[in-house]
Ligand binder design. Structure first.
Ligand code: ABU
Length: 473
């Protein structure tokens, strides 16, 4: 009975050990029940409510903060409700995002990480995690193809920040004075990226003072390995030739496609990546690592440190008793940094490199299965010609009333409304989730992606059946 127990009764309270154990066992029970249901296909992916409904409070779930403590019984109810009204991103039929799945080893790693509750800025307080990060980044650089895995890198809070690091490193490499003198000390610089690249490159331009519509001196080229919507791979070798000719920094945004480096069958799509100056690679996407886990990897050693270090005396003392080159935190633009490495390192240990390879191959096989199933099926039109390069399968579902209608403005307008309508119905039924978007002059279409190792062909079949059921006129 937790109704008369409060947070103050738990450790470090005197005699707090027993209630702490009982409380945590209850929490574990809640988590285990959630995990089991996540893999049970008879469970819904989500129980959708509008923001105002959740804010008003549903079945006693009250989001408002209180001045007085709530009992542990209520806290356990809050834990259950928080999961109940959330989205099961590990469900085999959740296809909405590039990151999905609920890897059990990764989960154990995340629990351990939270229990350790430390900060990545110094070896002093995170000795094991700092070493794991160094070793894992080296392994990733070896896989990229940089000799001996030499170079630099850090785990950052997501692909957009990793991409921003690459722009900062490039600018610092060519114009080191920018660190002390600011943008007034550099010419007007240009960043190149493709139209379908991730918006974070443009965001980095805005945030770092380049502007989004500005510049004269070419500095940097971003090649995308796996675009967000189409999953397309830029020809890295051809772009690298141009970068070498004009002495430009080449960044490869492999946030999504980097995982394919683990597959002997698919890594050729990133041929030339070893010629890049920097690479973004998010294990939390194609490798199924729990959020968040994104690496920025740089070929030249020391550049992140040079670019970002501020030598705060209260953290990075040079007279510590150990090798302070392991105090890697000053490479980062943030100060406090979450331990993102442990779950990834643990998964790598548990699966081996071959386990990641099998995962990647399986997801790409499923995407091929979907593509083959719908490319000539009545009621479907593919958005781009040819086979998908990644697991992105982009398509329009044409409801019966639009089939046979010639291409015209009215058809485009009506087709534009189809994917959002089906998606809304999908969420309200809670049975599955898949993303949609417009792109350039193309009206709303579905973007299917597979990165969840729990998904199978039957889940792909289910998605198609569900689109057809919910897409009835
Ligand atoms: N960082 C891009 C993620 C987009 C997506 O999951 O759909």
């Amino acid at each position: 009975d937790f109704s008369n127990l409060y947070a103050r009764d738990l450790l470090p309270a005197k005699n707090g050990e027993e209630p702490t154990v009982q409380f945590l066992l209850e929490v574990v029970d809640i988590l285990l029940s959630y995990i089991k249901k996540t893999f049970d296909r008879s469970t819904k992916v989500l129980d959708f409510h509008h923001p105002h409904q959740l804010l008003e409070g549903i079945e006693g779930f009250n989001l408002e903060l209180s001045d007085q403590p709530e009992s542990l019984e209520q806290i356990l109810v809050d834990c259950r409700d928080s999961l109940k009204y959330g989205v099961r991103t590990g469900h085999p039929r959740f296809f909405n995002q590039l990151s999905s799945g609920l890897d059990i080893i990764g989960l154990a790693g995340e629990w351990l990480t939270s229990t350790a509750n430390t900060n990545m800025f110094t070896y002093e307080i995170a000795p094991v995690f700092v070493l794991m990060e160094q070793l894992t980044l080296r392994k990733m650089r070896e896989i990229i193809g940089w000799p001996r895995g030499d170079g630099d890198g850090i785990f950052s809070p997501g692909g957009a920040i990793s991409n921003m690091y690459s722009v900062m490193a490039a600018r610092y490499k060519y114009f080191p004075d920018v660190k002390t003198k600011g943008m007034a000390a550099v010419p007007k610089l240009i960043l190149f990226t493709s139209e379908l690249s991730h918006y974070s490159i443009k965001k980095a331009g805005a945030a770092l003072g380049f502007g989004t519509e500005n510049g004269y001196v070419p500095l940097y080229v971003n090649a995308t390995a796996g675009t967000t919507v189409y999953g397309a791979f830029d020809p890295i070798n051809e772009i690298a030739d141009i970068c070498e000719k004009y002495n430009l920094w080449l960044h490869v945004d492999g946030a999504w496609g980097g995982g394919l480096l683990m597959s002997r069958k698919h890594r050729h799509k990133l041929n030339g990546i070893e010629r890049a100056n920097s690479v973004t690679w998010n294990p939390h996407k194609m490798m199924g690592v729990l959020l968040q886990c994104s690496a920025i990897l740089v070929r030249e050693k020391g550049i992140l440190q040079g670019c970002n270090q501020m030598c705060a005396g209260y953290l990075f003392q040079q007279d510590k008793q150990y090798d302070v080159s392991y105090d890697t935190g000053d490479k980062a633009i943030q100060c406090g940094r979450h331990v993102d490495i442990f779950k990834f390192w643990l998964m790598w240990k548990a699966k081996g490199t071959v386990g990641f390879e099998q995962h990647v191959n399986k997801c790409l096989d499923l995407a091929e299965y979907l593509y083959t199933k719908i490319k000539n099926r009545e009621g479907y039109e593919m958005v781009f010609s040819g086979e998908p390069q990644h697991t992105n399968v982009c398509f329009w579902y044409i409801p019966p009333s639009l089939r046979g209608m010639p291409d015209c403005e009215e058809r485009r307008e009506r087709l534009h409304r189809v994917a959002p309508k089906i998606k809304a119905r999908m969420m309200e039924c809670g049975t599955t989730m898949v993303g949609y978007q417009p792109q350039g002059d193309k009206v709303n279409f579905f973007r299917m992606v597979v990165s969840n190792s729990a998904s199978t062909k039957s889940d792909i079949d289910f998605l198609i059946d569900e689109i057809e059921r919910l897409g009835e006129d």
